[in-house]
Structure formats: structure tokens, C-alpha cells
Design a protein around this ligand. Sequence first.
Ligand code: ZN
Length: 62
Amino acid sequence: MIFRILITLLILGLGYYIIRMVTGNSEYKKCQKCAGKGYWKATRGEKDKCDVCQGAGKVSRR
Ligand SMILES: [Zn+2]
């Protein structure tokens, strides 16, 4: 019967870990300047790297 308790704790721990992973990802938000693409179209049609997010398309929430 001790195994059932251990498995329950393991599942709870795993759930907590997944929640932490999801919360960690939400520390970043989509870059407002390039709308999450990491670049924007320059006047002559070429792609210009976004200087706000350095081409990542997301910025830290700080
Ligand atoms: Zn950007």
C-alpha cells in the first residue's frame, strides 16, 4: 500500500513540475515591435532584424 502513496506523490510532483515549466515560459511575451516574428519588412522589402528582441520574437517580461 506504500507504493500507492509514492505513486500519488510522484504524479503530484510531476504536475507541479509541468506547471512550473508553463509558468516559466510565460515570463516571456511576444515582441510588440515585430509581432513575434523577430523581424519586420524594411521599405525595400528586405527583412530587417528586430533590435528590440534581437530576432527572437519574444521579450522578457521585466
Ligand atoms: Zn521584436
